[in-house]
Each structure stands twice: as C-alpha cells, then as structure tokens.
Design a protein around this ligand. Structure first.
Ligand SMILES: NC(=O)c1ccc[n+]([C@@H]2O[C@H](COP(=O)([O-])OP(=O)(O)OC[C@H]3O[C@@H](n4cnc5c(N)ncnc54)[C@H](OP(=O)(O)O)[C@@H]3O)[C@@H](O)[C@H]2O)c1
Length: 330
C-alpha cells in the first residue's frame, strides 16, 4: 500500500534552531545505528520510519558503519526512501558520518581526506542520494592533522555532496579547535554530536559552553543510555533487549544492580511527573536550550510513540532537578 504521510505532521513537533544556523531540527531526531540493518525485520523498521515522519521527525541520522553488517542501515534506509518517501526528500535532514573502521587497509578508518571523501561517495550510493544534509567526522583522529580532516569536510561541502559539516565525539578542546578551523575555511560547523544522557555527563565539562558560545548546535546521542533510561531493565534483562542481543552494543555487565537501583528511583520520579522514564530522560536533556535535538533509537514503533510524548512536559521544578542529582550521585 502506498504510504501517505500524516497531513498535520508539522503541528505535532517542536522545531529548535541549530546553533546560529538557518536550520531548525525537530526536538526528537531518529538514529539508525541499531534496528535498521540486514539482521533486522523490514516491516518493523518501516513502521518506525513511517511513525517518525508522521510525527514531524524530519531528521534521520546514519553513518557508513551502521548495520550490521556495516553499510546495511544506509542501504535499507535508501530502499525505503525510494519505495515510501519519494517526493519528500526536501522535507528531510539526512546525515551520515565516517570515522570508525569501515573497510580494510589504511584508507578505511579514522580521519584522512582520502577516507572521508571515499566513504561519503559510498554512503551516497548506498542511500541513492545526490547529497546528504549533514556529514560528520565521527570521532577525533589522534594521528591525522585536524586541518586535513576539517579541510575534507570543507571540500565535501564545496562539492555539494553535503550541505553542512558536523563533528562527533570531539571533547571540548578539540571541538573548539575544529570549530575554529572550519570557520576560517568558510564552512562553519553546524552541529556536534556527543554522547550525553543522565548517565553520561561529560558534555557538561566544557563542551556545552563551547557550543553555546560558538553558536554550534548540539544533538546528544544515546540520550536513553541505549535503553537503560527506560522502564526496560527494571526487572532484569529482557530477551528482546539490546543488552541481550549478540549484535547489540550495550553489554550485559553494564546493567549492574547499582544501575538498576538508580533506574528504579528515577522511574518513580518520572511516574510522579506523569511521564515514563524515557520521556523524563529526554526532557532532562531538552531543558537546556543549547541542546538542539535529542537523537533517539527505537526497536519498535511503540517505543518511538512513547518517547515522542516527552513534548507534553519538558519543564522541571528545582526540587525535581535536585532529586535527580541526588539519585545520580548515589
Ligand atoms: N556519533 C556516535 O558516535 C554515535 C554513537 C551511538 C549512537 N549514535 C546515534 O544516536 C542514535 C541513538 O542511539 P541509541 O540507539 O543508543 O539511543 P537511545 O535512545 O539511548 O537507545 C535506544 C534504545 O532504547 C530502547 N528504547 C527506546 N525508546 C524506548 C522507550 N520509549 N521505552 C523503552 N525502551 C526504549 C530501545 O532498546 P531495545 O533495542 O533494547 O528495545 C532502543 O533501541 C543512533 O541511532 C545513532 O544515530 C551516534
């Protein structure tokens, strides 16, 4: 059956400006790291993509290596774009990245110009696109001069293969340098993608200040700590969870009794706010104006539907925030 997007999709979402740029992103963006590979079920991820677009999610985040196998998330996304979303490309912000191991030999990893340019060409072919909206360097490379990696992003944007440049996993000091180099080159850094959640607070140690001061957007990834910050692990590790799957990145030993104790207390607080824990965890990030969007994952459309309800309440009282800090410090 032909997919027809919901006519009122843009009324359902909030859009937030990305740093000082011309781009607005939905408060919730969808990432395709897990659940969209060849190991996954087409009809399940097709439903997730339909619900996302129907709900005003315009931003879809990929990378060369998403799958498994690596590259298959881009292939599957490209196929569904062609089959279901023909005619809607201009309503979407599609991103990809290179920086982690992708192919054998010295040119399929890290941050050389050779790797970034070749990898984006491969990503575009897999997705059947002429350009991506955002192309990221996926992680800092300690050996390649930062100038080379940033000039690769600049080149890619000038070639029209990406509209905007981004960086991911760069700590505050490296991010500041990368942002300055890109500015000099005339291709401003649009956005930074750090790991950030109630359980991973590193961006608060300088990175958010850099991004706020420089007018660069921030899109935290794994805002639900890969599912830990939901009601999923309250009673152990369910079979259908990322921690239980052999292809999942979340390891069973990360689900410790101490973590579960914190999750239970956070869950109780969320219920008092009339929210699920997932909704409260996302709201907690979105309360900071420097956070442009939260980049979530979902293994089922029902999870996405649940997370989307965060938009009903992203405000916290000082008392609630203090309670959260107390739970996280334990
Ligand atoms: N730049 C980088 O280096 C980098 C690294 C990692 C991720 N990312 C990006 O960030 C995106 C999101 O990462 P992530 O998937 O780790 O994000 P996440 O939102 O922290 O975790 C998603 C997982 O949480 C569970 N979940 C989600 N919503 C739920 C709900 N409402 N109730 C119960 N469980 C729920 C599901 O787990 P189950 O599968 O167990 O059901 C889902 O697969 C990725 O797709 C990717 O685009 C970027």
């Amino acid at each position: 059956m032909t997919y027809l997007p919901s006519a009122d999709r843009y009324k359902k979402m909030q859009y937030r400006r990305c740093g000082h740029s011309g781009i607005k992103l939905p408060a919730i963006s969808l990432g395709l790291w897990h659940n969209f590979g060849h190991v996954d079920v087409t009809e399940t991820y097709r439903k997730i993509l339909h619900l996302a677009f129907d709900s005003g999610i315009t931003h879809f985040d990929l990378a060369n290596n998403y799958g498994p196998p690596p590259g298959s998330a881009e292939e599957n996304f490209g196929r569904i774009l062609k089959e279901d979303f023909r005619g809607y490309r201009d309503e979407m912000i599609i991103s990809s990245k290179a920086g982690y191991t992708m192919w054998d030999g010295p040119y399929g990893d890290w941050g050389s110009k050779k790797y970034l340019v070749a990898s984006l060409d491969q990503s575009l072919k897999r997705m059947g696109l002429e350009y991506v909206d955002i192309f990221y360097h996926h992680r800092p490379d300690p050996e390649t001069p930062l100038e080379e990696t940033m000039s690769a992003l600049d080149l890619i944007v000038r070639q029209g293969k990406a509209l905007y440049a981004g960086i991911s996993n760069y700590p505050a000091a490296e991010a500041a340098k990368a942002i300055a180099i890109l500015k000099d080159l005339g291709t401003p850094c649009l956005i930074h993608q750090p790991k950030y959640s109630m359980f991973v607070r590193d961006p608060e140690e300088g990175l958010l200040d850099v991004l706020g001061n420089e007018g660069v957007g921030c899109i935290p990834f794994s805002p639900l700590a890969q599912g830990l910050l939901t009601n999923k692990y309250l009673h152990g590790i369910p079979e259908d969870s990322r921690a239980a799957k052999s292809t999942g990145f979340l390891q069973k030993d990360q689900v410790t009794p101490e973590r579960i104790a914190q999750i239970k207390q956070l869950n109780d607080l969320a219920l008092k706010r009339d929210q699920t824990l997932a909704q409260m965890a996302l709201a907690w990030l979105l309360k900071d104006k420097r956070v442009t969007s939260v980049l979530i994952g979902a293994s089922r459309a029902e999870q996405l539907a649940d997370s989307l309800k965060v938009l009903d309440n992203i405000a916290f009282s000082a008392e609630e925030l203090a309670q959260i800090e107390k739970i996280l410090a334990a």
